[in-house]
Design a protein around this ligand. Structure first.
Ligand code: NAP
Ligand code: GDD
Length: 345
């Protein structure tokens, strides 16, 4: 018997990779989409076209993380074996501008779904995955970070996700629900949103190479992240929900790289050898050969509180789930740069 999954956030980066993966494995997939004034399904349009011809069992349902009644209705229709809660206001910088909204969507949203599962009597049937995040570690007190590392959130986004993290554990302990957290470190792909730093940089490198723009403005060059590939991480989500028992898992590569190194790597692929001159907000990335300024600092991209260094330890996921990331940092940047170059050419 094929399983049924419900994916919230199906129009996002991870939702798209996960929907592809589950459909390839024979799942019936429901995806929740929110109303937008212009179509917001670009990433999943090819899946929708295949669904229209009956080739794959993929159905969209309208809903919003802030609307309990709608979430209840969707769960009643889908009666899923597995819920992957990926919907979120997922931009950390934006969460400082929209703290209450972020708390509503990212914090209360998962609670609404968990409680709908409970009140609909789906507790025995439906497994719940929560998209938790390495942002929970925030101002880190140890490196690498694992499931036992204390949390110290540094943004409204991380605080909201912390509420959701503990809500998942509470529903597991209080009602015996199969509810698990995936504590995922940053993961990227050509489908990454254009305002996250990896995609912003690979896109800018391609645009500069093609002569479409002259330079790019960024914020903190000296933050470190553990960047993996979204395709590897959605497979980890599936393994987490198909484990013997509900539990919480870190997914990470165990490698950390700075925004500066990311920028140098992407620009090298575009044929530029960056040298850095100046300090603080006056620092600039200059093409060694042409002498042009290609990267500059715009303090508006700084965050009121920053997460300086993330580097994960995914030993538990490797030992208990057999999960291992397959893509290297260099390969991810190259795949993203080449995809941007092809799309813009
Ligand atoms: P993303 O590309 O920004 O996608 C977010 C999804 O949530 C989109 O489908 C978006 O819909 C939907 N959404 C936002 N607000 C909503 C609302 N009020 N109601 C219903 N849907 C809403 O994010 P992602 O990178 O795929 O990440 C997926 C999840 O993993 C998020 O929860 C994120 O916080 C978490 N996470 C991500 C990473 C990472 O590095 N990517 C790491 C750890 C955790 P629209 O398309 O209409 O905007
Ligand atoms: N977005 C952005 N734009 N970030 C910049 C910029 C810029 O111009 N310049 C420097 N940065 C730095 C940020 O300050 C941060 O330290 C780092 O680049 C990564 O920023 P993002 O790519 O926006 O990702 P994030 O780490 O804040 O959050 C992502 O990963 C989390 C997991 O750790 C998001 O996907 C979150 O949803 C996810 O939970």
């Amino acid at each position: 018997m094929s399983k049924t999954a419900l994916i919230t956030g199906v129009t996002g980066q991870d939702g798209t990779y996960l929907a592809r993966r589950l459909l390839a494995l024979g799942y019936r997939v429901y995806g929740m989409v929110r109303r937008a004034s212009l179509p917001n399904t670009a990433r999943i349009d090819s899946l929708l076209a295949r669904a229209q011809t009956g080739e794959i069992p993929f159905t969209l349902l309208s809903g919003d993380m802030t609307d309990s009644g709608g979430l209840h209705r969707i769960l009643e229709i889908a009666e899923p074996d597995e819920v992957y809660n990926l919907a979120a206001q997922s931009h950390v910088r934006v969460s400082f501008d929209t703290p209450e909204y972020t708390a509503d969507v990212d914090g209360l949203g998962p609670l609404r779904i968990l409680d709908a599962i409970r009140t609909l009597g789906l507790t025995e049937k439906t497994r719940f995955y929560q998209a938790s995040t390495s942002e929970l570690f925030g101002k880190v007190c140890q490196t690498p970070q694992s499931e036992t590392t204390p949390f110290h959130p540094r943004s409204p986004y991380a605080s909201a996700k912390l509420f959701a993290y503990w809500t998942v554990i509470n529903y597991r302990e209080a009602y015996g629900m199969f509810a698990s957290n995936g504590i995922l470190f940053n993961h990227e792909s050509p489908l990454r949103g254009e305002t996250f730093i990896t995609r912003k940089i690979t896109r800018a490198a391609a645009q500069i190479k093609l002569g479409l723009i002259e330079k790019v403005a960024v914020g903190n060059l000296d933050a470190y992240r553990d960047w993996g590939h979204a395709a590897d991480y959605v497979e980890g989500m599936r393994l987490i929900l198909n484990a013997e028992k509900a539990d919480d898992f870190v997914l990470a590569t165990g490698e950390t790289h700075s925004v500066r190194e990311l920028t140098e790597t992407a620009f090298r692929l575009a044929g530029f050898d960056l040298v850095w001159k100046g300090t603080g907000s006056d620092e600039k990335g200059i093409d060694r050969v042409g002498g042009k300024v290609l990267v500059e600092i715009d303090p508006t991209f700084f965050r009121p509180t920053e997460v300086d260094l993330l580097c994960g330890d995914a030993t538990k996921a490797r030992e208990r789930l057999g999960w291992e990331p397959k893509h290297s940092f260099r390969d991810i940047v190259e795949e993203m740069f080449q995809a941007d170059l092809a799309a813009l050419s």
